[in-house]
Design a protein around this ligand. Structure first.
Ligand code: ADP
Length: 620
């Protein structure tokens, strides 16, 4: 086989190889239009190269004329492919230039069939044998040129103008990649387009004796196009590698986060509010009543909580949605898959959109079961202690309470005896008997009231937080202790605020506090002259959301060095004292969100004050 044949065959097969490669990439759906147009261009070049080889090997004028005629078909296809490539890949180039270039090429094809023997020659008169590469000879057509021949080079010039225009657009786009493409691609296309066309014109005109090198001159264009596409392919492969790396990194960091979260007994979560999807580091889906790990909705999350806790969680979430707040915190219980109830504390922050719509909430949930159990145990002990202290206080009051009970009982007895006497004497004045019975009923009611008040204080029940009126509490406590006050010759000055907002609290515990303070005041006045023993009970509204109660006496007051100690457990100055009354009172008031403190009165005596927050909606 001759060297020219080998060379041109290699060119054609290289083009075909390029075409196959990019057809494969096109089939994968990667930049389909750019790869398809590239593959088409490569096939067209392979065909042109094959035709060139046939032309240089032919010895028949007719065959040469036919080859040169049909050569305009792959050229039209090539033009279309280049234009398509530029438009799809660079998204540039003026349409009218594209249409003009293709139009002229199509006209050239038509003229090739309709004028002369083909577009190059009007008449081929002979085939010149030209020696190339030393000893090899090839055929070159000779004859009179077709006057329409100029249409071919004209279409090349328009195509070059189209590419140049696209290059300018790319250059003006300003990106580094755009400018590199503008230079590499446009310069190679324009240079080799013009080279190929000029060379063919010179061969046809008989100026130079050489085979056609259209295929050869298009090869660098093919390389330039392939370079661009491969560059992108390489870049996307690199990106995909990087993506895989970062995905692996993400998985690892999620895993690390899970391990860290698990060891810290906390769960991190994220709630995409708009699509309503909650993601959590908790990988035990059974916790959410689902079998596979998946995102759950807010309603789903609420459903796994204790029924009693759902409303307050929903409430705190709704509060956090308010513009300017954005903070969420709540405590709730969940029954775990093993049947145990766990307590959780959850906190989160909302991310708002620019128009203040809640977008996302990020937060952590901590298992606080152990803390809660300890708190409950302490609470229980505190309740026991509070109850014990109440019983002790009432023990101290037992004398006066017995007296309080004796009075109605004695009245009942004497009334009943009087009735008996009336009946024994046959005196059946029904009106009188009715009066006696009425008195009995009233006294009985009084006794029942005393017993009920005592039962309430002695009761060991759950702490209840309900709205209570402190004026009422003062009145109730003063009723319980009234005979004690009388026995100790203590005058009471009551000054109750007319309109006092309610506080949220436990009625019995607040009674206990007041009872304690009043009893301490009475005890403090045990050595005060009988005519100066005076107890002051005062209620008032303190600020817009507080209610204050003060209990004052005319005793010796509290020595200034003891003022800081009296609330300490077991601090007492009394022989029989336990030193638990005031610390318990302070615990109760603190648990109600309030404060208890003491001051000395002028000229004598001590005053104990406590203030409590009013219940929401009750503030003045
Ligand atoms: P206890 O009554 O068993 O001593 P408390 O905790 O009730 O325990 O009181 C602690 C101490 O505070 C009392 O021993 C007393 O010294 C002082 N104290 C309490 N109330 C008054 C008061 N109204 N006036 C003077 N001192 C008081």
């Amino acid at each position: 086989m001759s060297r020219m044949t080998v060379l041109w065959s290699m060119l054609a097969s290289t083009s075909l190889a390029f075409a196959l490669l990019h057809l494969f990439i096109w089939a994968k759906g990667i930049q389909p239009w750019a790869n398809l147009s590239f593959a088409t261009a490569a096939i067209a070049i392979a065909v042109i190269t094959g035709m060139e080889l046939m032309a240089m090997r032919t010895t028949s004028i007719e065959q040469m004329a036919l080859i040169l005629r049909w050569a305009h078909l792959p050229l039209l296809v090539l033009w279309l492919a280049i234009i398509c490539f530029v438009r799809c890949y660079f998204d540039a180039g003026r349409s009218w230039l594209a249409w003009l270039a293709v139009g002229l090429r199509a006209v050239a094809l038509i003229l090739s069939f309709s004028t002369g023997q083909n577009l190059f020659f009007d008449q081929i008169t002979g085939l010149k044998q030209v020696a190339v590469l030393g000893s090899e000879t090839i055929s070159i057509a000779q004859g009179s040129l077709n006057p329409w021949y100029v249409v071919g080079p004209l279409s090349t010039v328009v195509l070059a103008a189209f590419v140049l225009d696209a290059a300018f657009t790319l250059w003006r786009g300003g990106t580094d990649t755009g400018r590199r493409r503008a230079i590499v691609f446009s310069s190679s296309i324009i240079f080799f387009l013009l080279t190929g066309t000029c060379h063919s014109a010179l061969v046809n005109a008989g100026v130079i004796n050489s085979p056609y090198i259209v295929g050869l001159s298009f090869m660098p264009i093919l390389l330039a196009m392939s370079y661009e596409l491969s560059f992108d392919l390489l870049h996307s492969a690199q990106l995909s590698d990087q993506l895989q790396d970062s995905e692996a990194e993400l998985r690892l960091s999620k895993q690390r986060m899970r391990v860290a979260a698990r060891s810290g007994e906390l769960r991190m979560w994220e709630w995409d509010i708009v699509p309503d999807e909650i993601w959590s580091t908790d990988d035990d889906p059974r916790l959410y009543g689902i079998s596979e790990p998946q995102k759950i909705s807010f309603e789903h999350f609420l459903n796994i909580l204790y029924e009693e806790d759902r409303e307050q969680v929903r409430h705190s979430v709704e509060r956090s949605f308010i513009k300017g707040n954005g903070h969420y915190e709540s405590e709730f219980r969940i029954t775990m898959p093993d049947g145990q109830v766990h307590w959780f504390n959850s906190r989160g922050r909302i991310e708002f959109s620019e128009d203040d719509q809640p977008l996302r909430m990020l937060g952590v949930t901590i298992d606080i079961t152990r803390r809660k159990q300890a708190e409950l145990a302490v609470q229980q002990q505190r309740n026991e202690l509070t109850h014990l202290s109440r019983v002790t206080t009432l023990g101290e009051l037992s004398g006066s309470l017995a007296h309080e009970l004796n009075q109605p009982l004695a009245a009942i007895l004497s009334n009943a005896q009087a009735a008996q006497r009336f009946l024994a004497h046959g005196n059946t004045d029904l009106a009188e008997i009715q009066d006696i019975l009425k008195d009995i009923v009233n006294e009985d009611k009084r006794a029942v009231e005393v017993i009920q008040r005592l039962r309430l204080l002695l009761k060991k029940g759950e702490v209840q937080h309900l709205p209570v009126n402190l004026n009422k509490i003062v009145e109730e406590v003063l009723k319980i202790i009234s005979s004690d006050l009388v026995n100790h010759n203590i005058n009471v000055n009551i000054d109750l605020a007319k309109k006092l907002p309610a506080v949220i609290g436990d009625r019995v515990q607040l009674q206990q506090v007041l009872l304690n303070l009043i009893m301490n005041a009475c005890e403090a006045m045990s050595h005060t002259n009988a005519d100066r023993r005076r107890l002051f009970v005062h209620t008032e509204q303190n600020g817009i959301d507080k209610v204050q109660v003060s209990v004052g006496d005319q005793g010796p007051g509290i020595p200034s060095e003891s003022l800081g100690n009296i609330f300490e457990p077991f601090f007492t100055t009394k022989l029989q004292g336990m030193g638990l009354g005031l610390p318990i009172c302070r615990t109760i008031i603190t648990a109600h969100g309030g404060q208890l403190w003491a001051t000395n009165n002028t000229p004598r005596g001590a005053v104990f004050h406590f203030k409590l927050p009013t219940s929401p909606g009750e503030s003045a």
